[in-house]
Design a protein around this ligand. Structure first.
Ligand code: SAM
Length: 269
């Protein structure tokens, strides 16, 4: 079993985990099992980002049709090729941000214990790709999970919460203590599952998400202040009147449905 402190220390030997690549390896087999059971379907391929020493990979293979894993570090790639010998595993030595996801024509699942330094770009690459997936199950920094899952009118609520709520049913599988990793990171983590909830419409999404980002541009200012350079005063006033917004409303008070209504009104859909 790879998710084990003695195994990880032995395999690493003289080598050091690379902090700049977010290398914190899972050493808790229960957590690995839970993630894999949630993430995989026996009749689907799973794409893994950052397999590292293979703790999660080993378990994903058990519950999936096959696994394609993308690892940026040649040392990890080498170790992994020696540790797991399974015809259902294909490891790409590649930065996931450069991966061609167009090669996947069939529905997949996605699973990862994500490197924290590049969590958001990786998530956005997946969200914005044409990949057909059932769900995305990822370990991320707890603070980022809190921002994704935040409700309107709370400190953590922002563009990331609104955009993910628009596209996905999101739920937290569990919080994970920093003690489940070696070396121990400076933060706690959460495992979050994203399941697509609507058909994609790229043009509409781009327009809605640009508006949402603009609404949160200056968080402490009123929504009106964030909109006034983008739309004629009259258009904003009309939208406020028809949606019943008070004059000093702020972006963080708006629910997802109100953002959609505001967008459709401003662009008269
Ligand atoms: N999956 C292993 C586990 O759970 O023990 C390792 C997880 S570790 C948090 C993140 C892994 O992602 C490391 O192996 C690191 O080398 C790799 N990685 C970092 N940046 C990457 C990138 N841009 N593309 C692919 N892999 C990356």
């Amino acid at each position: 079993m790879i998710a084990n402190i003695n195994h990880v220390k032995t395999v690493l030997g003289e080598k050091r985990a690379k902090k700049k690549l977010g290398q914190n390896f899972l050493i808790d087999a229960n957590i690995v099992g839970k993630i894999a059971r949630e993430a995989c379907d026996k009749d689907l391929k799973t794409i893994e980002i950052g397999p590292g020493l293979g703790a999660l990979t080993e378990c994903l293979l058990k519950y999936s049709l096959s696994v394609d894993a993308y690892e940026i570090d040649p040392e990890m790639y080498e170790i992994l090729n020696h540790t797991i010998d399974d015809e259902h595993l294909k490891v790409y030595l590649q930065d996931f941000l450069d991966a061609d996801l167009g090669i996947y024509q069939e529905k997949v699942n996605i699973a990862a214990n994500l490197p924290y330094y590049v969590t958001t770009p990786i998530l956005f690459k997946i969200f914005e790709s044409d990949l057909v997936y059932d769900r995305i199950t990822v370990m991320i920094q707890k603070e980022v999970a809190d921002r994704i899952l935040a409700e309107a009118d709370t400190e953590d609520y922002g563009a990331l919460s609104v955009e993910t709520a628009y596209l996905f049913d999101v739920h937290k599988l569990m919080d994970v203590s920093r003690k489940a990793f070696y070396p121990e990171p400076g933060v706690d983590s959460s495992v979050v599952v994203f399941a697509l909830k609507r058909a994609r419409n790229r043009l509409y999404e781009e327009s809605l998400f640009t508006l949402v980002k603009n609404c949160f541009r200056m968080r402490r200012k009123t929504l009106h202040n964030n909109l006034k350079d983008l739309f004629p005063l009259e258009t904003i006033q009309e939208a406020y009147a028809s949606l019943g917004f008070k004059e000093n409303i702020r972006a963080q008070e708006l629910t997802l449905d109100q953002f959609i209504a505001l967008h459709d009104k401003l662009y008269e859909r």
